[in-house]
Design a protein around this ligand. Sequence first.
Ligand SMILES: [Zn+2]
Ligand SMILES: [Zn+2]
Length: 354
Amino acid sequence: MIRKVLAIFFVFLFLCLVGRDVYSAFHDKTIFIRVGIVRNASSVVINGKTITPSSISGSKMLFKGSGSKSIKVNKRSYRGNIEVRKSGKRKLTVINIIDIEKYLYGVIKMEISPRWPKESVKAQVVAARTFALKNRGKHKDEGFDICSTVHCQVYGGVTAEDKVSNKYVNETRGEVMTYRGQLINSSFHGICGGMTEEPKNVWNGGKTIPYLRSVRCNFCKNAPGFKWEKKVPLYKIREKLQAAGVEVGKVRSLMILRKTRTGRASKIRVTGSKGSEVVTAGKIRSLLGTNVIKSTMFTLQKKHNNIVFKGKGWGHGVGMCQEGARGMAKKGYSYKQILKYYYRGVTIKKWRGK
Ligand SMILES: [Zn+2]
Ligand SMILES: [Zn+2]
């Protein structure tokens, strides 16, 4: 009797263990993503061979990669398969069809250094994976999901990979952030400057998003580049405004009219010899260059024929502060704690969606 019970128990245990493996193997299925890596090119070199629209007989051509063998497109190598499509008038679009996990290998180093503390790199991996899945289909009209530039997420193929960050991708395989069962908009930026920003204050038509609330961040204050200063000549400001259709004559002064609750400039009055105009701080930043005026968390001062921007932070300020994540990891926080700090109320789990 005891033997029978034991036998049944072991069979049951065996089924539980095997069943679980079968279950997770089934659910850990590969998700492929189509990444646009070359657009509107008149020719492209694939594995040393030049392809032009006339070399393609139908509408597209497929190059299959195998195992560890990558495909060379122009000067970069890619895992997965490569599709070359005819687009527009005698132009080519090149698409990398790739397992999303392998895609992430070529993304992380383009954002942060894989040598940062482990938990901060893992937080970046989960944010990047969530971003990619959330934005699938963004370039549907062009035949792919996401592009490989800052417009979506910078991706450099095998050439941009790093052994350390590849390991962190594997360790967090499939993990994403969701809010009420939906993938979140996992925005991130370099340095918040002390407070992260609400999306409604950054993007035109931006709404209040519960998980992207503004949070205080004391973790980035020792980051290199936390504070910055930039002197811009008045004539240059005039030039840039004119090019954008804003004409106030010779610029005399710039004054911050309104700030957001986090201390970022929101509206600026530009006064010139022919009158004055109110422009958004975001517009001033993009006109002068987002790498020149690193954020909108600045004060303004007129000095001779210049405006001195004294600022803090780098980037739009919405979502995860990357230097803050680095600071949190240094203090011993886990990647899940880091993500839940910047994205409030989210769940971190393996993505079971399609
Ligand atoms: Zn894009
Ligand atoms: Zn910060």
